[in-house]
Design a binder for this molecule. Structure first.
Ligand SMILES: Cc1ncc(COP(=O)(O)O)c(C=O)c1O
Length: 374
């Protein structure tokens, strides 16, 4: 059954807000920043500023600020700390070959943020405000955007701040945007990963929150991810909750399969998986390369059988953080199987390059996906 996505209100697209700006009095010095940007890794190096916007039931969205990045104080009764009302997004700003700064399909993240908010009974941040916030932060912290293969990972999030222990949607929320300078996931080439097939845990069920980007989904995936690591695997792959048979997605990435006839397949968006921006972009690129593309369910038995007989030649995971990650081996309690030559397959590489070339401005962008900030 295909579940209808949460309804989002068309009024909430264009509303803008005025930001006050108080730059930090203690910016990281240029030399210290350069040292941090040499090898930033992922999610550890943060910029000088953040954006905050408050929401209350009485006043709506207000008090938009660009300010120093600093700890946030919360009442111990804040609803997020008890009932987990929290959502987030992840997108990147890149330095293009002409030195301009661009975002990749940020309006998609703005839309998904609203959809996640609706599912979690939170206020919808108008898409225009989401985009304004991103622009403000990218502009003030532009010096933190690594050159070369790195990028600025933007993390918008929102949580329930009302101090109230009753179980109902919070009447107060805070939207925050922070940014982290990140390096490439692909140092020394795209290495194929081994995934762990979770037989005990599921990520999402029909009617649940699988299609929302809410913190609780990730909290629930951590034990399965820890189990994957214990078994020497890099990532966990989840099956559906009802039959425990259909491949859904990884803890933080969508999954694709490539066949010997050149066709590609990915699980459909039927409510339990995240509507990945990378997934959508790769589907478009693959179609435009002339590949047959299917958004259809794929069972774990079929995956194993196809990998063993050679009908399945490549598999990969995709998402904003790691872009495209080849899957070389699948392990589970019932054994393991390998895919292709356990290295990066040709179609995986072609799709990845096509995407990265558009993101980085190395190739024309016929889709209008890159949005220049300046
Ligand atoms: C569960 C999950 N699936 C898929 C994705 C990929 O989505 P995107 O391509 O928009 O980053 C992510 C990453 O955000 C994710 O957390």
């Amino acid at each position: 059954m295909t579940l209808a996505p949460p309804r989002i209100c068309p009024m909430n697209v264009h509303q803008k807000i005025v930001f006050s700006c108080s730059p930090t009095s203690k910016p990281v010095g240029a030399d210290a920043r350069a040292a941090l940007l040499k090898d930033p890794g992922f999610g550890r190096v943060f910029t000088d500023h953040m954006v905050t916007i408050r929401w209350t039931q009485e006043r709506g969205w207000h008090d938009a600020q660009v300010r120093a990045r600093e700890p946030i104080s919360l009442d111990p009764a804040a609803a997020v700390l008890h009932y987990g009302q929290e959502i987030f997004e992840g997108l990147k700003a890149y330095t293009l070959s002409d030195s301009s700064i661009a975002l990749f399909r940020p309006e998609q993240n703005a839309r998904r943020f609203r959809a996640s908010a609706v599912r979690m009974a939170m206020p919808e941040l108008p898409e225009s405000m989401f985009l304004q916030a991103i622009e403000e932060l990218v502009k003030i912290d532009a010096a933190w955007i690594p050159t070369g293969e790195g990028s600025l990972y933007l993390r918008p999030f929102m949580f329930a701040t009302e101090a109230f222990l009753g179980v109902r949607p919070s009447h107060e929320c805070l939207f925050v945007l922070i940014a982290s300078s990140v390096g490439s996931y692909f140092k020394g080439g795209a290495k194929a990963v081994t995934v762990w097939l979770s037989d005990r845990y599921t990520r999402a069920a029909e009617g649940g929150t699988g299609a929302a980007k809410c913190g609780g989904n990730y909290a629930a995936s951590l034990l399965a991810q820890a189990e994957a690591i214990e078994h020497g695997c890099d990532q966990v792959v989840f099956l559906d909750a009802a039959e425990h048979r259909w491949v859904e997605e990884l803890g933080g990435m969508n999954v694709f399969f490539v066949f010997d006839d050149g066709s590609i397949q990915t699980p459909p968006l039927d409510g339990t998986i995240l509507h990945g921006v990378t997934r959508d972009s790769l589907l478009t690129l693959a179609r435009d390369m002339g590949a047959t593309v299917r958004e259809e369910r794929y069972s774990i038995e079929q995956w194993k059988a196809d990998a063993e007989c050679g009908r399945l030649t490549e598999a990969f995971a995709c998402g904003t953080a790691a872009v495209v990650t080849p899957i070389g081996r699948v392990k589970g309690v019932d054994g393991e199987f390998t895919i292709g030559g356990q290295s990066v397959g040709p179609l995986t590489m072609r799709l990845r390059s096509a995407l990265v070339d558009i993101q980085r401005g190395h190739a024309p962008d016929p889709y209008g996906w890159t949005e220049r900030v300046f």
